[in-house]
Design a binder for this molecule. Structure first.
Ligand code: FAD
Length: 462
């Protein structure tokens, strides 16, 4: 079964794939995966050292994965709660990491601009709306806890209902947590533009080329990639396969693939948007447990997504999981609840896999002895994190003796633990999804938190 194309994909011109690898090649760095991680890594390596021989091997076409399908939030979010980060690396490490992520929202936009990539980047911040008393308590608590962790008001603040009316409006909004550190993009334009930029910087991209085995180097023997088209020898091989990682040999328990699904409306009129605002294109969600996310697109549509798709046994990744009629119907219902005057049809429905590590910490690793490197595990926050991790990889490969702002990030060279064996994975993850669904349902019905909410808040909040 073919994956349904994302709205973003239908707005760009992807003709035939680039030519595949033909035969064997020798390079300095070979990268597996032509999404943001692989392509930013190639770009950043070549910017630091234009003489490097860098190639990217992509099983389908660049942007086929989550990078061509996501919600287009360039955010400063980190998947693990602040309290876990502080417990792991202390307040100083957390603050440094937060600063790097905030700065990256801007530098990613500048990098795209420098490479003439027009991806509709607008830095309008992000709003997490509260639409009930319970959500307001949760949102205000989040902002207050952030302040205790040293987050300045200019980086995160509570906006009350009066002020909110001048910024953006959702039905029943009582206030929102606002951060300026988020931009909205058309994600497929970014990934396709990046692929072209990598080629201009001197990198080579082979599409329609599946890597079947990643083999470490040892002593004089260099690392190797076996592919469906030939063999690549390199000083370093970088695995950048994110949600597809469990399909790579020996990586089934590194991350779990979770499916996030999206819908989009047809373009909405300027007069319709007048009731809701969003003139500066802030991205938005609300304080429910089961994540939702949305943006006003450059052509005036609502693009809206969320979780809720089940985890599939044994970390299976299959094109048929990219669509789920039940989740699409839930998203449609939620969107019309948030925007009650919406009577436009849904024109696009799609989805894709993202990767969740066991401890919710992304990871970047480079083993100089074997030449094996990898980055990923961003859960749903990979648009900015992939840029940050690519910079860390490039720093560690080109200037291994230096500690830079990127390579000294707390989650760099800190591999995460593997997931449990089945059926524990299947039971645990799907129980979590069911718990969040139930907690939201209960809150909507009774206007107060269930015991499930309290449990989830303890597990996931700051
Ligand atoms: C629906 C959805 C919405 C999302 N929304 C957001 C958002 O708004 N903001 C945000 O920050 N994050 C979001 N994310 C997550 C974000 O999109 C990802 O974290 C990010 O795109 C990951 O980029 P990547 O390059 O690491 O992986 P991918 O883009 O998934 O790329 C991996 C590539 O590797 C290729 N590959 C896999 N195996 C092989 C192999 N053996 N040989 C060769 N190639 C291979 C795949 O074909 C794929 O192209 C969302 C994800 C989804 C699915």
């Amino acid at each position: 079964m073919q994956s349904p194309p994302s709205l973003w994909w239908t707005q760009i011109d992807v003709t035939s794939p680039r030519p595949p690898l033909r035969g064997d090649v020798d390079v300095d760095v070979a990268i597996v995966g032509g999404g943001y991680t692989g392509l930013w890594t190639a770009r950043e390596l070549l910017r630091r050292d234009p003489h490097l021989r860098v190639c990217v091997l992509e099983a389908r076409v660049c942007g086929f994965g989550a990078s061509g399908r996501n919600g287009g939030w360039v955010s400063a979010l980190f998947p693990a709660p602040a309290s876990s980060v502080i417990a792991h690396v202390g307040l100083e490490g957390y603050t440094r990491q937060r600063q790097v992520l905030q700065d990256a929202v801007t530098s990613l936009g500048a990098a795209a601009h420098a490479d003439a990539i027009d991806c509709d980047y607008v830095r309008g911040g992000t709003l997490s709306f509260a639409r009930s008393e319970v959500q307001e308590v949760r949102g205000r608590h989040y902002v207050a806890r952030a302040a205790e962790h040293g987050v300045a008001e200019e980086d995160l603040r509570w906006i009350d209902a009066e002020e909110l009316k001048t910024v953006a409006w959702l039905d029943g909004a009582r206030g929102a947590a606002y951060s300026p550190h988020c931009a909205r993009i058309q994600p497929a334009r970014l990934v396709r533009g990046l692929a072209e930029a990598v080629e201009r910087h001197g990198g080579v991209i082979y599409e329609d080329t599946s890597v079947t085995r990643i083999m470490p180097g040892a002593g004089e023997r260099r690392a190797r990639l076996l592919t469906t088209r030939g063999t690549v020898r390199a000083d370093y091989v970088v695995r950048a396969t994110e949600g597809f990682t469990p399909t790579v040999r020996n990586q089934r328990r590194t991350v779990v693939p979770l499916y996030s699904l999206m819908i989009a409306t047809e373009p909405l009129s300027a007069s319709w948007w007048r009731d809701y605002g969003f003139d500066r294109f802030p991205t938005f969600n609300d304080e429910r447990h089961l994540l939702i996310y949305g943006q006003r697109t450059a052509d005036g549509r609502l693009a809206f997504g969320g979780r809720g798709s089940p985890y599939h046994f044994a970390s299976s990744v299959e094109p048929r999981f990219d669509a789920n009629e039940h989740v699409f119907a839930q998203l449609d219902e939620s969107l019309r609840e948030l925007f009650p005057t919406l009577d436009a049809p849904i024109t696009h429905r799609w989805g894709g896999p993202l990767a969740m590590p066991r401890d919710r910490f992304p990871s970047v690793t480079v083993d100089h002895a074997t030449g094996l490197a990898a980055a990923g595990g961003y859960t749903g926050d990979g648009v900015t994190l992939s840029y940050v991790c690519a910079n860390a990889l490039a720093d560690m490969i080109v200037t291994p003796a230096e500690r830079t702002a990127y390579s000294s990030l707390p989650f760099v060279q800190s591999p995460t633990r593997r997931w449990e064996l089945e059926p524990l994975r299947w039971l645990g993850i799907n129980a979590g999804i069911a718990l969040a669904t139930y907690a939201d349902h209960y809150e909507r019905r009774h206007g107060r938190e269930s015991r499930a909410s309290a449990l989830l808040s303890r597990l996931t909040s700051d």
